[in-house]
Design a protein around this ligand. Structure first.
Ligand SMILES: Cc1cc2nc3c(=O)[nH]c(=O)nc-3n(C[C@H](O)[C@H](O)[C@H](O)COP(=O)(O)OP(=O)(O)OC[C@H]3O[C@@H](n4cnc5c(N)ncnc54)[C@H](O)[C@@H]3O)c2cc1C
Length: 418
């Protein structure tokens, strides 16, 4: 089922992934969920139990607000557990390119906000003591066929001028220190990697300690918003009222917000063990490249190498079983050729729906025309970083202190964004 027009729900419905992600080896993390809501009135109702919904709930649950999170699937079985969870401030669109698209000032603000979000996520994980293998390590962005040596140098200058931490690694140093043969690379901080399923489960558990109620499986159908009130219908026919509703429904967009500015594509990933001891640098960096299609990789704390990429611009490509086998072989071959590290056959292989927007930025904030209906959507390669920003923007709006960067990430047509 690629994407069906389910008339009862405001959100699309699609098959989000195939295969078996590393993070679900023992099944999704267990959470205490209810089958039906305890109340008929909430301060906030969140749809979606992935990283976006979890971060939003974590920000909003203060022991005073009544917050309900609803998912049409069992918790943590959407796109989040398919993520390779490289947590970076370097967003899909280089700063130089984004400046041409939306202007230098806005682009610098978007990039700087991303850097702050990565730092903030690390703080939250430490504060809440979430066991998810969260490891801070610099990111190495390799020159590739789309973004080569000269483009990297221009990018470095733009980042330096914006006050972002990046260093140019010339070809010789790249060969000597990392054993990789490219014309250059940018080394940047802050960045990190984690187990996305455990990260999300940890956030949800902490929010539950502060009063979050989770109902699953249950679908949010349609919504109506009038002034300061909203009402949502559920798939069991119940109608709930709330002050705010937040749609954190990942790649199942709100149908009313479908637009040419973002689209669903397909992506592939594997995890595998190395046939020999991994070089130290590989354990201490995350790596990606300026090529199309691109390759990216990092290690996990359990010793697996996690590799992804080979994106295709088709929303159902990830459903094709024969293609999965071909993509797995390509990812292994490219990784081994680039790093010289030989792998055992992959222990896990998976494919998933993924996103892309015209600017590389997501859409976060109020749904145009509704001040108390919010949505976080349009995520690409930096989905987790953008989920942090989205949760902050929505929590600020609900608390009545609009986020100063809200307009950068606003939905087209949201004239009220500050
Ligand atoms: C293979 C892959 C690799 C990735 N790698 C990275 C990476 O390295 N770094 C990074 O930052 N990002 C990465 N991403 C992107 C990132 O994982 C996503 O942006 C993120 O997981 C999306 O989270 P979410 O909570 O928005 O969506 P989801 O995790 O999909 O959660 C949405 C939930 O909403 C529920 N839902 C939908 N409609 C309704 C409804 N009407 N009622 C109730 N519930 C509903 C769904 O059932 C689902 O559980 C990757 C993504 C993929 C697929």
């Amino acid at each position: 089922m690629p994407h069906t027009a389910d008339s009862r729900s405001e959100t699309e419905k699609r098959d989000l992934r195939t295969g078996q992600p590393l993070w679900l080896s023992d099944g999704p993390p267990k959470l205490a969920v209810r089958q039906t809501p305890r109340h008929t009135r909430y301060d906030v109702i969140i749809a979606g139990s992935g990283i976006s919904g979890a971060l939003t709930a974590w920000h909003l649950c203060d022991g005073k607000r009544r917050v309900l999170l609803i998912d049409r699937r069992p918790p943590l079985t959407g796109s989040t557990p398919a993520s390779t969870a490289m947590i970076q401030y370097e967003i899909d669109t280089p700063l130089t390119k984004l400046s041409e698209m939306i202007g230098k000032e806005q682009a610098v603000r978007a990039w700087k906000r991303s850097a702050k979000a990565v730092q903030r996520l690390g703080e939250i994980v430490r504060l809440e003591n979430i066991p998810c293998g969260y490891t801070e390590k610099p990111a190495l962005y390799l020159a590739g066929d789309e973004f080569g040596f000269r483009a990297l140098q221009k990018e470095l200058e733009a980042r330096k001028a914006a006050g972002l931490t990046s260093r140019f690694i010339p070809a010789q140093e790249l060969r000597d220190t990392y054993g990789m043969d490219r014309t250059g690379a940018l080394l940047s901080e802050p960045s990190a990697s984690a187990d996305p399923a455990q990260l999300t489960a940890g956030l949800l558990r902490r929010a539950m300690d502060s009063g979050l109620e989770i109902v699953s499986p249950m679908e949010v159908g349609d919504f109506v918003a009038t002034g300061a009130q909203a009402a949502v219908t559920l798939s069991n026919g119940q109608i709930l009222t709330c002050g705010h509703a937040v749609f954190c429904t990942g790649y199942e967009f709100l149908k009313s917000l479908e637009s040419r500015e973002h689209r669903i594509i397909s992506t592939w990933a594997i995890s595998a063990r190395s046939r020999s001891k991994l070089p130290d640098w590989l354990d201490n960096h995350i790596v990606w490249e300026g090529s199309d299609p691109y390759l990216y990789f990092r290690t996990h704390t359990d010793g697996h190498v996690v590799i992804g990429g080979e994106d295709e611009p088709f929303e159902t490509g990830h459903m094709n079983a024969a293609k999965l086998e071909r993509k797995v072989a390509t990812l292994v071959k490219k990784f081994e050729a680039l790093t010289g590290v030989a792998l055992y056959p992959p222990s896990h292989r998976w494919a998933a729906a993924f996103g892309e927007s015209t600017t590389g930025l997501p859409f976060l904030g109020p749904v145009p025309g509704h001040t108390n209906i919010h949505a976080l959507m349009g995520f690409g390669g930096n989905g987790i970083t953008f989920s942090v920003i989205g949760a902050e923007i929505v929590a600020a709006a609900i608390s009545g202190n609009p986020d100063p960067d809200a307009s950068i990430f606003a939905f087209p047509g949201d004239a009220d964004a500050p």
